[in-house]
Design a protein around this ligand. Sequence first.
Ligand SMILES: Nc1ncnc2c1ncn2[C@@H]1O[C@H](COP(=O)(O)OP(=O)(O)OP(=O)(O)O)[C@@H](O)[C@H]1O
Ligand SMILES: [Mg+2]
Length: 459
Amino acid sequence: MTAYVNRPLLYVSQHHDAMLCRLFSQRGWKLIFASNARDLGALPASSQPLAALLDVHSGFSDEDLESFEPWLAQPHIGWIGAITSRDALSDAARRLLGLYFVDYYTTPFDPGDLARSLGHAMGMAQLRPGVARATAQGTSRPDGMIGNCSAMQTLFRGIEKVSRWDTPVLISGESGTGKELAAHAIHHASARAQKPFVAVNCAAIPPTLLMSELFGYERGAFTGATKRKPGRIEMAQGGTLFLDEIGDMPLESQTSLLRFLETGRIERLGGTESINVDVRIISATHVDLDAAIAAERFRGDLYHRLCVLRIKQPPLRERSSDILLIAEHVLDGVRKQSPDKIRGFSPMALRAIQQHTWPGNVRELINRIRHAAAMCEAGVIQPADLELASPVECAPSTLAAIREAAEQNAIIEALQRHHERLIDVAAELGISRVTLFRLMRDYKLQVKKGDLGLVCVQG
Ligand SMILES: Nc1ncnc2c1ncn2[C@@H]1O[C@H](COP(=O)(O)OP(=O)(O)OP(=O)(O)O)[C@@H](O)[C@H]1O
Ligand SMILES: [Mg+2]
């Protein structure tokens, strides 16, 4: 998984301070180390640091410092300096610090203060003219989570923020909106990323087994317990425990979970040893927990333990501008597994996807596309393959509009059937090529070369 939330931090120094590096990564920075201008020049364009620390006191000459100027002048990077003392600064260092730096620290400094200042420097850089827009557009998104709409940008920023904390997070949202994807993203962007991520689906495990799944058991704890088995909580030691569908957890398990959250200790079933377990809890639910608490199906005290930070997944109906983006992303995935060549969605299919009222579940969209990829003819997905109403059927109201839409649809389909050979299309439709050209112009249809060969698009 690529780091998405780990904000790129450029650290320019003659030697790299391991303690500082550790602190920065704990604070959610992804370090890019450079010790000279050559290193800086070799940075990949994708690294895009947002903040940078120049360790002036590590012993750079004036010539070195001046060679950094092109990077110091980049408006999207917020620079902080580390110097020995202001009086000891050379003229060159003074000029550069005054011109380009948001702040500087004199040694010895408090690394925590420095890390905080880097956060401010990043914020300040984003306020500079021309920078804010580019950064907002480029809000990094977790792997596999597609979305440009404002609801998703808010979600990505929320994920980024909660990842920096080690407190419990509760992810709420309707079924199939990406709660599990968000839980993975938070873990992978957190300081626990290198440790295990262990998921427990509280709704899928029979209530009688849930306790032994969570807490593990000792040999002989019950009939069939032939050897000791650690529970999922213990397996997540040092990492993240994802309690999926927490709203469906039986009350008995809720009580034991609460005890664990209060003490940080577990006992395996049939055991006496108390084991210390350090995990970060992420839980998710599609259930309205307030209603579950009112109905006494969920413990209020457990809710307050789990819901310190909250993330809310927006339903698909609030991401209408992302639908085609997600559809294309899903189709790319399906294409890789398909035994047949899938060329893409027909223009009518794209319009049908856009016009359909998607209630909330991304899985519904995925399943329709998978089905359509299997059912489509000649690798082109039509509205019927998606089992969606053709836009022709649902949109026009007057007879003239219906006729036009049907005519347009017939031309598009014939173009696709004949791989855009216009002579064959005209022959099949029983019209001259001149008429075909005129109709294509009227309906703003053009034939253009796409990635997957010739495709018919609406201009
Ligand atoms: N933003 C997104 N971009 C691409 N795919 C997504 C996005 N959100 C969800 N998905 C896909 O939708 C499917 C459902 O996601 P996920 O399992 O994370 O949802 P969920 O909220 O946990 O669902 P459930 O409530 O059914 O458990 C997955 O295949 C996931 O990859
Ligand atoms: Mg889920």
